[in-house]
Design a protein. Structure first.
Length: 381
């Protein structure tokens, strides 16, 4: 059976990662596979921060060929017919009435819980596992994004890496891009970096180290949680549009843009500091070195996740580079002083950059998350 209609449900827990991933997935499924996608989101105001054309006041609208619906607290309207495939993003609970409507369909929807991304081994054992509904004739399946052939993979649009490479080879386009941001072309020995992080005292120490360093560093800083820590280096508050200078360091504060423009920023920088889940994946598609500020969890559960990723990512790096990357990532995520860790790591930049350029091809050798999801849906129903 051709399952052409898909529902995606997204509850925004905080920040932009939940909706960021759901929006990427919706666009991947609609644009590259020609599916009819209906995306249910409980918080349209957060969604509008990464998709500025969206009108948060509308209960239903069409954007980029996707049917976007506000998901109200009392659930979708009673006459809503569930699609052929229903995805709940990150374990958000579907409304009871909607589950009943799914169970009432002659051909039951394929029901998938798209989980958070983790490189930890246990996720491989849980990927694709069924979970029968306690009362209704429905089975939910767990789908775990990940980094190996035996995981759900990572979302990547058709041809994205080619478009990214063309951009990185196109000096004129980049020149126009810097002009748009009101910045000069980078100097020969300059590092251009982007910085998207949570509150983190390590931001202050890294920027301070760059200010005192030997090379000029220009840091593009999207407005948000890292601003107060960055501002400490300058002794005055920062806001979008501002340019601040200290020693070798220039910081340009950017307004938040849509996801495609954020991709351009990542593609244009020599180093990207990213966070959460979606920007972390997009930094990998940028093919450039990056440091990850992982989303902090209770009981430090995120630290095992961080190390699981670092051990996979670092396996093909020279041992010294992998050790320096691990040390810097630990310092970054513990809010520790970054000066020494950065100096160690910077010495490995050429090897790191080479590795970052080939890493995406490895990840996509068995298809992206969209390919694997479609394959799975066809397989089970
Ligand atoms: O915003 P995040 O920290 O999101 C999350 C959430 O906190 C979530 O609850 C948590 O579970 C998850 O992380 C792990 O980071 P993330 O995932 O990188 O999402 C940010 C999104 O914002 C991403 O889709 C990129 C987008 N973005 C823009 O579109 N424009 C911008 O200017 C910037 C800076 C980001």
């Amino acid at each position: 059976m051709e399952r052409k209609h898909w529902d995606i449900f997204c509850a925004v827990v905080d920040n932009y990662g939940d909706i960021g991933v759901a929006w990427r997935l919706a666009r991947r499924l609609a644009h590259d596979f020609g599916l009819e996608v209906r995306l249910w989101v409980d918080d349209l105001a957060s969604f509008a921060r990464i998709a500025p054309e969206l009108d948060p006041a509308l209960p239903a609208q069409r954007l980029a060929d996707i049917d976007i619906r506000h998901w109200p607290a009392d659930g979708p309207p009673d006459d809503t017919v569930p699609a052929d495939v229903v995805i709940e993003a990150f374990g958000c609970r579907l409304p009871e009435r909607f589950e009943q409507a799914m169970a009432a369909k002659a051909v039951k929807p394929v029901w998938i819980n798209l989980e958070y991304l983790s490189a930890e081994d246990w996720t491989r054992g849980c990927h694709r596992q069924p979970s029968p509904h306690p009362r209704l004739p429905l089975t939910k399946h767990f789908f775990f994004p990940g980094f190996g052939a035996d995981t759900g993979g990572l979302i990547c649009e058709q041809g994205l890496l080619d478009v990214r490479r063309q951009w990185q080879d196109d000096a004129l386009a980049r020149c126009a891009y810097w002009q748009l941001l009101e910045l000069p072309e980078p100097a020969a020995n300059e590092w251009r970096v982007s910085l998207f992080a949570y509150e983190n005292p390590a931001v202050t120490s890294l920027l301070a180290a760059w200010a005192l360093g030997e090379r000029p560093v220009t840091c593009l800083l999207p407005e948000g949680k890292a601003l107060p820590d960055a501002a400490r280096v300058f002794g005055h508050p920062l806001r979008a549009g501002m340019l601040a200078r200290q020693g070798q360091l220039t910081v340009k504060v950017l307004p938040m843009t849509d996801q495609d423009s954020y991709d351009l920023l990542l593609w244009s920088c020599d180093l990207n500091l990213v966070r959460g889940e979606d920007s972390f994946v997009r930094a990998q598609w940028a093919g450039r070195p990056f440091l990850w500020h992982i989303y902090p969890q209770d009981d430090d559960a995120h630290l095992a996740k961080l190390d699981a990723f670092l051990s996979q990512y670092g396996a093909a790096l020279p041992v010294g580079a992998a050790q320096a990357l691990t040390a810097a990532s630990h310092a970054w995520n513990h809010g520790a002083d970054m000066a020494a860790a950065w100096t160690e790591l910077a010495a490995w930049l050429p090897a790191w950059r080479e590795h970052a350029a080939i890493w995406p091809e490895k990840l996509l050798a068995d298809g992206d998350l969209g390919d694997r999801l479609l394959h799975f849906v066809r397989e089970i129903g």
